[in-house]
Each structure stands twice: as structure tokens, then as C-alpha cells.
Design a protein around this ligand. Structure first.
Ligand code: AMP
Length: 114
């Protein structure tokens, strides 16, 4: 979608440090990391928020979780622990309106989140 920074990353029009990609999903390092490991897992399909996902996106959403699991293993945070975050709308902190899963690891996380 025009003007969407994550669509531009997926299209390689904007540079990013890619950690994983396949025909459906791209994962890249967050430009402003909140933990030693901070990767964003995004679908190539432009879905603005989780509220916009439909039944046909079910496998895609599941795929994003499994890519997170694979990257957590590769980046050696699977055993120590990691957090997956999917902010939905501004009240939850969403700032880029192309659905993305944050994979955070490599430090201690507290609960409840801020
Ligand atoms: P959210 O606040 O959940 O929408 O998360 C958006 C995330 O995208 C933030 O953690 C930003 O640091 C990150 N971000 C924004 N632009 C870029 C970019 N060009 N490359 C990598 N990460 C980005």
C-alpha cells in the first residue's frame, strides 16, 4: 500500500536488516530496539491492524507465530524466554498500520507490560 513503510520494506524500497523472508512473511530488525533481540515479523499482504484480519488470513497469522518461534531459536532466546507483542490501534501503542508481530528477547520482561 502506498505510503506504508512496511510495504516499502517488503518491496525492498526501504532498507532494513532482514532476518527471515519467504513468499508470505518478512522479518527484520526493529530500527529502535527495545531489547537485545527485537525483530518485527510482517506479512507481505498489507493488513492495517488485527481488526482488519479475516478468516482467510488464519494460516498467515499462524505462520507469523511459527516464524517467531524459529527466529527465537536461531537467536538463542527460545529457552531464556521471549515476548511476542502485537499492538492494535493507537491506544495499545501501534504506530505503523501494517500488522506486525514484535519478537523481543535477551532481557528480563516484567508483567504487567507498560
Ligand atoms: P508499533 O508501535 O507496534 O506499531 O511498532 C512499530 C515499530 O516499527 C516500532 O518499534 C519502530 O521502531 C519500528 N519501525 C518503524 N520504522 C521502521 C523501519 N523503517 N525499520 C525498522 N523498524 C521500524
Amino acid at each position: 500500500m502506498e505510503g506504508c513503510v512496511f510495504c516499502r520494506i517488503v518491496a525492498k524500497e526501504v532498507q532494513s536488516k532482514i532476518a527471515y523472508e519467504d513468499e508470505e512473511v518478512v522479518a527484520f530488525h526493529d530500527v529502535n530496539p527495545q531489547a537485545p533481540v527485537h525483530i518485527l515479523i510482517v506479512p507481505r499482504k498489507h493488513i492495517p491492524t488485527l481488526n482488519d484480519a479475516v478468516d482467510e488470513d488464519q494460516a498467515l497469522l499462524g505462520k507469523m507465530m511459527l516464524v517467531a518461534q524459529k527466529l527465537a531459536r536461531e537467536l538463542s532466546v527460545a529457552d531464556s524466554g521471549y515476548r511476542l507483542v502485537l499492538n492494535t490501534n493507537r491506544g495499545a501503542g501501534q504506530s505503523v498500520f501494517h500488522i506486525h508481530l514484535h519478537l523481543l528477547g535477551g532481557r528480563l520482561f516484567h508483567w504487567p507490560p507498560g
